[in-house]
Design a binder for this molecule. Structure first.
Ligand SMILES: NC(=O)c1ccc[n+]([C@@H]2O[C@H](COP(=O)([O-])OP(=O)(O)OC[C@H]3O[C@@H](n4cnc5c(N)ncnc54)[C@H](O)[C@@H]3O)[C@@H](O)[C@H]2O)c1
Length: 320
């Protein structure tokens, strides 16, 4: 039986995933006792293996679409949702259920404990944006019936639920809209552009570029995101956001591919495939609000973050 040494209990739903596992690490360092709730739909026990013996850490395998009941919770982070198109399109109805019912169940848990809840929303709520860079007061341009809608609309509905729990029950909710994030613990098979390019470059096989590669993205390193999430969690109860968290440096996918080829010293070439349906052409956060309210901006240069991620994937591939 584990002895919990600390009174501040944080729940991280989706804690065995890429972002969640880094958040669990950081919360433990900050002195929280952490309960990680995850059904391993896209996460890996390997991401939290090193925490399993920690007296301040517990893990429960649970699907957030089913209700939960826990006491003495100080803070909830909702990250439970498949995040990459490959994963969220595999079972689109389940993605909507997770995004909507999962958030509803976690909001009920926040209500029962009267504690703050931070919702991991996404830049996808802006869809294929007409406003560039994206500010939080832009309502977005989302296709409600496309193959990405389960995720985009699921996350939009989740934001709306958060705000209704705030208005109806006074629950302190914190919404962060996360832009493309990369780093160690990303799954190599989930089709996200950074992990795709790095693993292809390391294996010396062609890098898959959809469309002409001129579509832009901004890439933030995981440590910057986790710092932003924790700063947001510490804001006064009345501050709900949404707040954009992302790196405003914008690159075309072709530029990113070329950077990765250089950093990995890879002989790979670029292989162009047709555009993906509803894939946004441009994506860059306006982070003025995060600067003003959280005193936050990314610190890690893309080359530095990519180097760390390349080392992670090199180790992972060499163990296979
Ligand atoms: N990584 C990014 O660039 C990014 C960008 C925008 C938003 N986000 C959001 O951040 C959160 C975490 O993303 P990630 O990149 O770490 O993805 P991930 O797939 O690595 O992590 C998601 C975690 O949630 C778990 N999960 C999924 N459905 C669940 C369910 N029904 N019940 C319990 N657990 C469930 C998965 O097993 C996984 O461990 C997601 O909500 C995602 O929408 C991520």
């Amino acid at each position: 039986m584990k002895q919990v040494m600390n009174t501040k209990k944080a729940i991280v739903a989706g804690g065995a995933g890429f972002i969640g596992s880094h958040l669990c690490d950081r919360l433990i360092k900050e002195g929280y006792s952490v309960l990680c709730i995850d059904n391993l739909y896209t996460g890996y026990i390997g991401n939290i293996q090193h925490l399993l013996d920690n007296t301040n850490f517990s893990y429960v395998r649970h699907d957030v679409t089913d209700p939960m009941s826990y006491d003495n919770v100080s803070l909830i982070f909702n990250l439970a949702c498949p995040a990459s198109p490959v994963h969220y399109q595999k079972d689109a109805i389940y993605t909507t259920k997770t995004a909507v019912l999962g958030t509803l169940n976690l909001l009920e848990l926040a209500k029962a404990n009267h504690c703050p809840i931070l919702q991991a929303s996404t830049s996808e709520v802006y869809g294929d944006p007409f406003v560039h860079p994206q500010t939080e007061n832009y309502y977005g341009n989302v296709n409600p019936i496309g193959i990405r809608s389960c995720y985009d609309e699921g996350k939009r509905c989740a934001e709306s639920l958060c705000m209704d729990y705030h208005r109806q029950y006074g629950i302190p909710v914190k919404i962060v809209r996360i832009f493309n994030t990369y780093g160690p613990n990303m799954a190599e098979d989930d089709g996200r552009v950074v992990s795709n390019f790095i693993t292809q470059a390391l294996q010396g096989i062609p890098l898959t570029v959809y469309g002409d590669g001129m579509q832009t993205r901004s890439f933030q390193y995981i440590d910057d995101l986790i710092r932003g999430i924790l700063l947001m969690a510490q804001t006064p109860d009345k501050f709900t956001g949404p707040v954009n968290l992302g790196n405003p440096e914008e690159y075309t996918l072709k530029e990113l591919a070329e950077k990765i080829l250089r950093l990995t010293n890879s002989p790979s070439t670029l292989e162009y495939h047709p555009f993906l349906q509803d894939d946004p052409c441009q994506r860059r956060p306006d982070i003025s609000l995060a600067k003003k309210m959280l005193g936050w901006q990314p610190k890690i240069l893309v080359e530095e973050g990519l180097q760390k991620t390349i080392i992670y994937f090199k180790n992972k591939i060499s163990k296979v």
